[in-house]
Design a protein around this ligand. Structure first.
Ligand code: 5GP
Length: 191
């Protein structure tokens, strides 16, 4: 059986990643399964444990770290996040492509660990920082101080964009999804 590939997507929170990921997962031709990360962050209202994340305590997170259970891990705005290793490898070995949505430091670690032909990576950008702040305010899941921290974080993160295979700007959602879908399809067909 042909082994799957990793589809890595990063981008600031509020850029529209959630919708993009849902649409990619919902496209059967891409044969994608979402990698569920572990995090110490508090659950947001609409999130479901075991679907969006595994929400764990710092103790549980550190136990997993000590057992070398993460493919990569990072701290983001005061919380820990990690990609469970066995889960991802089992999916790849069963022929599934795995969608991994993580921040830039973890992405750097992941890219360095995986052979280039086994991964395709994207950095999704907003048209501007102002537009990002506007979208975060509209989403209403974070307070103003957190929104400002996340906007500042984006200004740092953008420096990492060259480590990805592709940078895509989410100005028009449909165009952005189409662009990413075309590039993934091309890569799958090449393998
Ligand atoms: P949020 O708290 O908004 O869900 O996620 C915050 C940031 O953490 C996002 O940039 C998201 O991509 C990243 N993230 C989510 N899961 C992981 C993970 O397993 N590893 C790393 N390195 N980052 C993650």
């Amino acid at each position: 059986m042909k082994k799957g590939i990793i589809v890595l997507i990063s981008g600031p929170s509020g850029v529209g990643k959630g919708t993009i990921l849902d649409r990619l997962i919902g496209n059967p031709a891409l044969n994608l399964t979402f990698s569920i990360s572990m995090t110490t962050r508090a659950k947001r209202d609409k999130e479901v444990h075991g679907q969006h994340y595994f929400f764990v305590t710092y103790e549980e997170f550190n136990e997993n770290l000590a057992r070398d259970n993460f493919l990569e891990h990072a701290t983001f705005v005061g919380n820990s996040y990690g990609t469970p290793k066995d889960y991802v490898f089992n999916l790849l070995n069963s022929g599934k492509n795995v969608l991994i949505e993580i921040e830039v430091n973890g992405a750097k670690e992941l890219i360095s660990k995986v052979a280039p032909q086994d991964i395709i990576s994207f950095y999704v950008m907003p048209p501007s920082v102002e537009e990002l702040v506007k979208r975060l305010r509209h989403r209403g899941t974070e307070d103003e101080a957190t929104i400002m921290r996340r906007a500042e974080k984006f200004k740092e993160e953008i420096k990492f964009k060259d480590q990805y295979n592709f940078t895509v700007i989410n100005d028009d959602l449909e165009t952005c999804i189409e662009e990413i879908t075309t590039l993934i399809t091309k890569r799958i067909n090449e393998k």
